[in-house]
Structures are given as structure tokens and as C-alpha cells.
Design a protein around this ligand. Structure first.
Ligand code: HEM
Length: 516
């Protein structure tokens, strides 16, 4: 999950990474040799020009050795082309340089043009292979646990503990149980429709709404109800407010000193964890044992069966699920608002689809059903197109467990591999005029293209366990929105990738109920 992102986090923590240890050893041995040399020279009363020249030559030799080792990492074969950037920081600054468009981050775009679809780089001291190669990406994603394993960037690792193999499987099954197709069919769709209707009625009563943060609030409140039945409804601090601040902090530079957004983010993380702990303990101690049928009840029942299911794990898991349900869905929703407002013909086709659904009903006010969702062909194409252009996760991260051959090169064991799914989503060969918002293109796209070139939710064993939930929530939201409301942007609208997509001025919309 979490998964999506956090390049900045690398910088703060990279110096503790084992990949760096050889450079650090070399660097400290150079410093050590140089200091003893200078010390000897300084204590030598006869220090003269010859001594200084020897020291200078020695310094140049040692620095060039350091640079050579930095630029030419060890490899049992030929490394993919690319540059390792500056010692210790690599090419981090180029990677996080903001670009103001939906296009591929220039970091990837320029390097693919220069070096080809697989290239090497270094981000904050970590050697990384970036791959935009369609076949290799697909192959690598099918090798989870064999040639590669999952790797998270450090800010996220700090916030989401790395799960063990059995706990990861448990999390996946639990998520599918409570947010998967069966749960959607049985209970979630009508609940979603009800929640969206109330939310939009509230938004339309305001002068304007910043849809990204308002969508975080909506997604968190809804998910919290499925996780622990809204046990926090009367809490002094609103969970959704905490998450709004947290998301901002995660996108900031990871400098952990008071006053910085990162510091605030870690503080909120602690608070949210404490709140989750309180929810768990309160439920465990409650004399009311009526089953709530929510995820927390499920976790508590399983506590006697699974050794890893302790309080810490449960708190972390609920936090992680709240996070993934908030940021990615809200970004997709906000982008859909903007793209639909800018493309009236797409909006018209979408409205027709949803009006037809209402017309085909026996009772107009009946709740939305799974069958109706399945009939939303164009809506699914709109959602695909927003996900394709949004590239919420610009890439998926893995770590090579062994040396991996690719196109005549070798990826050394231990290196990080960034599978640049965004490069495939914006490839003009697969998606003609790729930067255009054109949901209609999905009518003609072959299944083989979808399988290997479109993976907003990942592929294989680790494919997103919340994919269908996200699609249904987005579709339900669009259903209520286009059948009952009009909207127009009043402020903001700027998009920045750094390389994660952000809306620095927000997307402020006026939402009005349609006159009947
Ligand atoms: C637009 C919304 C979302 C997007 C774009 C998204 C994207 C992703 C991606 C790309 C992965 C795979 C990461 C990898 O292969 O390394 C993933 C995994 C995961 N996602 Fe999502 N996600 C979204 C929403 C959600 C939601 C709402 C939930 C929970 C209800 C969720 C739960 C998970 C879980 C549990 C995994 C880990 C699966 C595993 O390792 O077996 N996601 N997501």
C-alpha cells in the first residue's frame, strides 16, 4: 500500500543504509589517512614545499578513488547506463525537482530518452535501477518473493512498519474480506451511496469546497466506520483533520526538528496511533459484546489465533488502512472533478450513462446496486483515464534479491528497482496522444495492453487489495455527482509533480444542486 511514494524520505535516512557502507568505509579511511598525514606534516618542523606537494597529490588520488568507486559501483556484469550523480546525494535533487504538469516527471523522461528504458541512478546514496521497459516490468512484478521483494521508501517505513510475510498475507485477506467484492455487493454500495449523497448535499451548501481535502475527510470518515464502527464519533480531535495534516507532512522534506511539517507529521502519527490504541482497548474492555461485524471485531477475534496479532500490529494496521483509503482516493477524486469540468463532452456522455441507469429502474429512489455498477461501462473508462493520467503511484519499488539480467545488463543484488508504471501509462505507442484526457480511447484498447501497460493498482501477488473498493467508491461518487449536481472551479487548479502529484493551491469548486 503505502507504497506509493516518498522519495524525500530517502535523503534523511539513507546514510544508515547498508548499501552505503562501502562508501562510508572508503570515505572514513580517506579522512583518517589524510588527517594523520597532515598531523605528521604539521608536527614536522622541517615541513617544506615537497611535503605539501606530496600531500596534495595524495589527496587528489584519494578523492579520485572515492569518486571512481561512487561512479562505478561493483557489478558482476555490465550495469545499465546512467549516472550515479554526486557522492552521498546521488541524483536526488533532480528527482524531486517539481514539474507543473501531468506529464512524466522530467527526471524519468529525459533519462529514458538519453539512456533507454532501463537506466541506473542513485537516490540519496541508494543505487537504483529505473525501468520503463514494458516486458521487464511485467516480468519483475511476477517475481515477487523469488527474484525481488517489496521495498518501501524510508519516510513510509517510519510510519508503516514493514510487515512480515505471514502478516502481509493476513492484511491482504482481511482487507479483501472487509473491502472486497463480496462486502461491496452485500453492504458497502448502499452505504457508500448514502454517505456520498449526504456529503455532496453538505458541499453544495458551502460557498466553495476544496475538493482534495474535503475528499480526504469523506474517505476517512467512511473507512473509519467500516474499520471500527465510528467508535470515535465523539472524540475531541477529528480523525479526518489529523489525516489532512498528516498527508501534508508526508509530502514535506523529512527534517525532524520542531517547527517543520515532517516533525508535525510524526507527532500526528503518534497521536493517531494513540487514538487507535484507545479504540482497541475500549472495545476489548467493553461489557457490550454485541457483534459489530467490523474489521476491529475481526482482528480481536483473531488475536488468539495469530502470534503477530498484538496491540501494536492492530494499531499500525488500522492506521495504514485509513491512510491508503484517504490519500489515493481523494487525489483521484479531485483530479476527476477538474478533468470532467474541463471536458464537457466527456461529462455529457457520463451523465447520459447515469441518467439511463435511473431511467431503467423500477423505482427511481432504489439504492444503487452491484449490477448497476457493472453496467457503468463509460464510468469505468473515465476512472481508468483519471488513474492513467494521475499516476498516483509514479512507480512501484522492489529490491533485487539476486543479480538480475536485463537487456544485456545486470542489476546487482541489493539494488532498488523502481518500476516506472507512469512511463508506461504515458507512453504514446500504447496510448495515442497520451497526455490527452480521452476516456473513449478505452473502447479500443486491447486486453494485452491493459495487462502489461496499465497497472495503477500494481500487478501479481501484491496487487492492491483495495482496487475494487476504490473503483466502486469513485463510480458511486460520480453517479450521485453527475445526476444531481453541477460544479465549476472558482480557485486553484495547479498541478505539480515532485515526482508525486500534488495540488499546491488546491482545487476549489462551487457545487450546486441541479434545478429539477
Ligand atoms: C486510488 C486508490 C488506490 C491506488 C491507486 C492504490 C494503489 C496500490 C498499488 C499500486 C499497490 C501495489 C504496490 C506494489 O505492488 O508494491 C497497492 C497495494 C495495496 N493496497 Fe492500494 N491503492 C488504492 C487504494 C487502496 C485502498 C482504498 C485500500 C484499502 C481498502 C488499499 C489497500 C492496499 C493493500 C492492503 C495493498 C497491499 C497488497 C499486498 O501487498 O498484498 N489500497 N495499492
Amino acid at each position: 500500500m503505502y507504497l506509493y511514494i516518498k522519495t524525500l524520505g530517502l535523503l534523511a535516512h539513507s546514510l544508515h543504509d547498508s548499501n552505503l557502507s562501502s562508501y562510508k568505509k572508503l570515505y572514513s579511511s580517506i579522512c583518517h589517512k589524510m588527517s594523520s598525514l597532515y598531523l605528521n606534516m604539521a608536527t614536522n618542523a622541517n615541513m617544506n614545499g615537497i611535503g605539501l606537494s606530496i600531500a596534495a597529490v595524495f589527496t587528489v588520488y584519494l578523492v579520485s578513488r572515492l569518486l571512481y568507486r561512487w561512479r562505478n559501483p561493483k557489478c558482476n556484469g555490465v550495469l545499465p547506463p546512467g549516472s550515479m550523480g554526486l557522492p552521498f546525494i546521488g541524483e536526488t535533487l533532480q528527482l524531486i525537482m517539481p514539474s507543473a504538469s501531468l506529464d512524466l516527471p522530467p527526471f524519468i523522461k529525459h533519462r529514458v530518452k538519453r539512456y533507454g528504458s532501463v537506466f541506473r541512478t542513485n537516490v540519496a546514496g541508494r543505487p537504483v535501477i529505473v525501468t520503463a521497459d514494458r516486458e521487464f516490468n511485467y516480468y519483475i512484478l511476477k517475481q515477487d518473493g523469488k527474484l525481488v521483494d517489496t521495498w518501501s521508501l524510508d519516510t513510509f517505513a517510519e510510519v508503516f512498519d514493514q510487515a512480515s510475510q505471514s502478516s502481509r498475507k493476513y492484511t491482504r485477506n482481511l482487507t479483501l474480506n472487509h473491502f472486497g467484492v463480496e462486502a461491496l455487493k452485500e453492504k458497502l454500495i448502499p452505504r457508500m451511496e448514502d454517505m456520498v449523497s449526504k456529503t455532496l448535499a453538505d458541499w453544495s451548501s458551502r460557498d466553495s469546497v476544496e475538493v482534495k481535502s474535503a475528499s480526504i475527510t469523506m474517505s476517512i470518515d467512511f473507512a473509519a466506520r467500516q474499520l471500527f464502527s465510528g467508535d470515535l464519533e465523539n472524540a475531541p480531535l477529528k480523525l479526518s483533520d489529523m489525516f489532512n495534516d498528516l498527508v501534508e507532512g508526508l509530502m514535506s522534506f523529512p527534517l525532524n526538528i520542531p517547527g517543520t511539517a515532517h516533525h508535525k507529521c510524526l507527532k500526528i502519527h503518534k497521536e493517531v496511533r494513540k487514538t487507535m490504541g484507545d479504540v482497541l482497548r475500549k472495545r476489548q474492555m467493553s461489557s457490550d459484546k454485541t457483534p459489530r461485524d467490523d474489521l476491529l471485531d475481526h482482528l480481536i477475534q483473531d488475536m488468539n489465533k495469530e502470534a503477530f496479532l498484538n496491540e501494536d500490529f492492530i494499531v499500525q494496521l488500522m492506521f495504514g488502512l485509513l491512510f491508503v483509503t484517504s490519500d489515493s482516493i481523494s487525489t483521484t477524486m479531485a483530479l476527476a472533478f477538474k478533468l470532467l469540468a474541463e471536458h464537457p463532452s466527456v461529462l455529457e456522455e457520463l451523465k447520459s450513462e447515469h441518467e439511463a441507469i435511473l431511467k431503467n429502474r423500477e423505482h427511481l429512489e432504489s439504492p444503487l446496486t452491484w449490477e448497476e455498477y457493472k453496467a457503468m461501462t463509460f464510468t469505468r473508462q473515465v476512472i481508468n483515464e483519471v488513474l492513467r493520467l494521475g499516476n498516483i503511484a509514479p512507480g512501484l519499488f522492489r529490491r533485487a534479491l539476486k543479480d538480475i539480467p536485463v537487456n544485456g545488463y545486470t542489476i546487482p543484488a541489493g539494488w532498488v528497482i523502481m518500476i516506472a508504471t507512469s512511463a508506461l501509462h504515458l507512453n504514446n505507442d500504447e496510448f495515442n496522444n497520451a497526455l490527452e484526457f480521452n476516456p473513449g480511447r478505452w473502447k479500443d484498447i486491447q486486453a494485452s495492453v491493459v495487462a502489461k501497460s496499465f497497472m495503477p493498482f500494481g500487478v501479481g501477488m501484491k496487487q492492491c487489495a483495495g482496487a475494487e473498493y476504490s473503483r466502486v467508491l469513485l463510480a458511486t461518487f460520480l453517479h450521485v455527482l453527475v445526476t444531481k449536481y453541477n460544479w465549476a472551479m472558482v480557485k486553484g487548479g495547479k498541478i505539480v509533480r515532485a515526482p508525486i502529484i500534488r495540488f499546491p493551491e488546491g482545487f476549489h469548486f462551487k457545487i450546486s444542486e441541479k434545478t429539477k
